[in-house]
Unconditional design. Structure first.
Length: 75
């Protein structure tokens, strides 16, 4: 999976019409809620075999921080 594909997958999870950008603050995104967090955790587990804790996700402040959690697995 590429970075753009991951961004698109997260965008779909959040059901956003506008694309996500690296500099967006997760806390400012209306659709970044507990269901989105769980869905992103599941995505990372199924796509990358990365088990994220809630702490990992909650420590991510921006979309770039979230993407960086999978940086070694992106193509």
């Amino acid at each position: 999976m590429t970075k753009d594909e991951l961004l698109n997958a997260i965008n779909e999870i959040m059901q956003r019409e506008e694309p996500l950008t690296d500099d967006m603050l997760l806390s400012s995104l209306e659709d970044w809620d507990s269901m989105s967090v769980l869905s992103v955790m599941t995505l990372f587990d199924t796509e990358f075999q990365i088990v994220l804790t809630t702490e990992h996700v909650m420590n991510a402040k921006t979309v770039a921080d979230l993407i960086s959690l999978a940086k070694d697995k992106l193509t």
